[in-house]
Design a binder for this molecule. Structure first.
Ligand SMILES: *Cc1c(COP(=O)(O)O)cnc(C)c1O
Length: 526
């Protein structure tokens, strides 16, 4: 055992390896967490007081006289339950989160501080325009910079996620086709094989038929194959750039031109805008609509399924169909145009209507603008450059033991496949589970579908060289262990240090158990 200069061991001692069967089932800070319903007494609350004598109440017979059915826990019990649950989550504030495509970058504390300013945080969404001038100005300012960074003339601020932004963009395309009288004819949408699942899902949701465009050997859209699929029944294409293999689509201008020539529109999935913000303007690439995931490129928190924000920039051709509401500056006052019949809304006569209640994710707008302004023009460009540099550093270090799917440098994420695991008995899933024991959230696995056993790593600009080196060392050691072939059982057993081992995630997703049934009732039901 080695000691540091304060006399503390620098490595966990061997004693930790021995399995101690604790009375509680807890392993130090790893607490076995029962459901609050299993712990709390359903017949009382945590702080029941004796019935008051001779009391009268003024509820006029409306008072509850059945049990509320919530577990009776004291405040500290309830508090600890939820705090302990929160600590079972891996979070960007706990360690690197290398999920490719998801862009899990650091959420700067400054953003949080600004979002908590009472003027933003406490403003009611139904406050009148006159009392919300600052908030409206903030939405307008963020909109301005999103248009500036993308080189696009319009932006819809209200979509609440990337997928929601896709819906907004594809609905605008549909509306434009309807206005041209071609909606019945143009029914096909083309998307590369490597597309994120939300792309085809969105197109289908809008009533289109999706057709896959094959990729070429370099991991990019095959331009000739794309051209062969174009025709007067094509509504448009959905292309991610940089794409989900972490590569810039070099033919992007030719792709846009070909689609426009065929009378279609170009939807760009902008989830990877973080690789090119400040460097390339999608408007210069012929894009008609593109969502921007504020929780990816502009550092707002992802959260469990929300609150995301997916403002969607639109070209001149699609801008008239933008959704409501939008912010409008008139005689020095900010107005919120909410209805079709608003006097100023003449140019929104063909608007596709509302996508959300209120105005979008205000808290995320504040954070995103805070990120933009604290970085400035040069800083945003550097963030993109650093994200690309970090990904290439990871690619260069890991390719000594792992197999990159495509030759040459990458953009913001490095894609590997499972060829380096061939004949080892270890699969992508085992490799990922072993990373959990090393204290890392695994990278994106089995996506994109165009390579076998995909492992997509996106370090973002947040990570220092020290963090990247430790991460790479851990993965290299796992790759060497897997290839040595004497450790397959350990890989299959991983994770061993997590509170739970391998969960049946498919069953959990397909048959979620969302309701707790008291044991007596559950027994009776059997
Ligand atoms: C994240 C992502 C989406 C969907 O964005 P959400 O904000 O999660 O709805 C779409 N496409 C790509 C390529 C993505 O990475």
């Amino acid at each position: 055992m080695t000691m540091n200069n304060q006399g503390r061991p620098t490595k966990a001692s061997d004693a930790m390896e021995t399995n101690v069967n604790t009375f509680t089932g807890n392993k130090a800070l790893m607490i076995e967490e029962a459901l609050s319903f299993e712990v709390g007494d359903l017949s009382g609350s945590g702080v029941d007081l004796p019935e008051a004598k001779n009391k009268t109440n003024r509820l006029g017979g409306l008072e509850r006289n059945t049990d509320i059915g919530l577990p009776g826990l004291s405040e500290p019990e309830a508090m600890r339950h939820f705090v302990r649950l929160s600590q079972k989550n891996y979070a960007i504030d706990m360690g690197p989160f290398p999920l490719g495509s998801c862009t899990m970058k650091h959420n700067p504390r400054l953003n949080e501080k600004v979002a908590r300013l009472p003027g933003f945080a406490d403003l009611h969404p139904l406050a009148p325009e006159s009392a919300a001038q600052g908030a409206l100005e903030l939405i307008d300012t963020l909109a301005f910079w999103l248009k500036e960074l993308t080189g696009m003339p319009a932006v819809a601020m209200s979509p609440k996620a990337g997928a929601h932004g896709e819906l907004c963009g594809m609905m605008a395309i549909k509306a434009a086709l309807e206005a041209r009288g071609e909606a019945d004819k143009r029914v096909r949408v083309l998307a590369p094989e490597s597309a994120h699942g939300t792309n085809p899902a969105t197109a289908v949701q809008c009533g289109f038929k999706v057709e896959a465009i094959p990729g070429d050997k370099t991991g990019r859209v095959d331009l000739e194959a794309l051209k062969a699929k174009l025709g007067d029944d094509v509504a448009g294409i959905m292309v991610t750039n940089p794409n989900t293999c972490g590569l810039f689509e070099r033919d992007i201008r030719a792709i846009a031109d070909a689609v426009h020539e065929a009378g279609g529109y170009f939807y760009c999935d902008g989830a990877n805008f973080n690789a090119i913000a400040g460097k390339v303007k999608p408007g210069d690439l012929g894009v008609d609509a593109m969502h921007i995931n504020l929780h990816k490129t502009f550092s707002t928190p992802h959260g469990g399924g929300g609150p995301g924000a997916g403002p969607t920039v639109l070209s001149d051709a699609l801008a008239p169909f933008a959704p409501l509401p939008y912010v409008f500056l008139e005689d020095g006052k900010y107005r919120l145009v909410e209805t079709l019949h608003h006097a100023e809304a003449e140019d929104s006569g063909e608007t596709l209507g509302r996508l959300t209640a209120f105005h979008g994710q205000m808290g995320m707008f504040v954070r995103a603008l805070s990120y933009m302004m604290s970085h400035g023009r040069d800083g945003l460009k550097q963030a993109s450059e650093d994200a690309v540099l970090n990904a290439n550093y990871v690619l260069a270090r890991l390719k000594t033991e792992m197999t990159p799917s495509f030759d040459g440098p990458c953009m913001h994420e490095a894609l590997f496949d499972d060829r380096f695991l061939k004949d080892t008995g270890v699969e992508t899933i085992d490799f990922a589970k072993a990373m959990i024991d090393e204290g890392y959230h695994p990278m994106t696995m089995y996506f994109p579908l165009v390579v076998h056993g995909a492992m997509l790593i996106e370090p973002t600009e947040s990570e220092s060289k020290r963090e990247l080196d430790l991460f790479c060392d851990a993965l290299l050691s796992l790759a060497k262990r897997a290839k040595a072939g004497d450790d397959v059982a350990a890989f299959k057993a991983a994770p061993v240090y997590a509170p739970r081992r391998r969960l049946d995630e498919t069953a959990a997703a397909r048959h979620p158990v969302l309701r707790w049934t008291p044991p007596q009732q559950a027994e009776a039901a059997e």
